[in-house]
Design a protein around this ligand. Structure first.
Ligand SMILES: Cc1cc2nc3c(=O)[nH]c(=O)nc-3n(C[C@H](O)[C@H](O)[C@H](O)COP(=O)(O)O)c2cc1C
Length: 185
């Protein structure tokens, strides 16, 4: 069975990202076609990128990089839960992505974003990054509005349609995560 990480892409105190990621995990965990695990960037406490060699070289000198690499390498696919900060993803998520290379290659990914306009501009930026990392990002995505899927911009109350969109995205992530297996061998 393939393993899917649900990556919490914000680290801010009081972040909405944690509730969004738990909603994703609660719904995903009901499925029996993949295993899902929450991965919280906060737990890895990565500094700003501090490796001498580019990640594509694969020489990780710091224990924090090695721990992050071991975790990310253990998955077949990813769901990135991203806020929109200034029309892009969070600096913390971009930094965490930049730390690694081979660990991301030939995996599948989907996105759950949130923001005033659903966070879709953050996802568009992430799709560019995924191309460079040889990650197959699926078309279906979830875009939660701070106005209609949250109460007071802080209490997550997603509509039924957002749950349907999440199921569609997970279907695609799992299908592509499986299909890419031969390339990962
Ligand atoms: C630095 C910063 C920049 C933001 N820029 C945008 C933006 O460009 N577009 C948008 O829709 N929301 C923007 N927001 C609102 C965030 O999407 C919203 O606060 C969201 O809850 C942030 O995610 P987090 O709570 O998990 O940190 C911004 C918030 C912050 C903190």
């Amino acid at each position: 069975m393939i393993k899917v990480a649900i990556i919490i892409g914000s680290t801010r105190p009081g972040r909405n990202g944690k509730a969004v990621a738990h909603w994703v995990h609660d719904l995903a965990a009901k499925r029996d076609d993949a295993e899902f695990e929450l991965v919280d960037l906060k737990d890895f406490d990565l500094p700003h990128l501090d490796e001498v060699m580019p990640a594509a070289v694969g020489q990780y000198s710091h224990p924090h990089t090695q721990a992050w690499a071991t975790k990310i390498a253990s998955f077949d696919a990813y769901v990135f839960v991203t806020p929109e900060y200034n029309h892009s993803t969070s600096g913390a998520l971009k930094n965490a992505i930049d730390f690694l290379y081979a660990e991301w290659n030939n995996k599948a990914a989907g996105f759950v974003s949130y923001g005033s306009n659903g966070g879709t501009r953050a996802v568009e930026h992430l799709r560019l990054v995924m191309g460079e990392l040889q990650v197959a990002d699926v078309r279906a995505q979830v875009a939660l509005s701070l106005f209609t899927d949250f109460e007071h911009f802080s209490v997550l109350k997603p509509s039924v349609q957002q749950g349907d969109a999440l199921v569609a995205m997970l279907d695609q992530v799992i299908a592509w995560g499986r299909a890419l297996r031969p390339l990962r061998k």
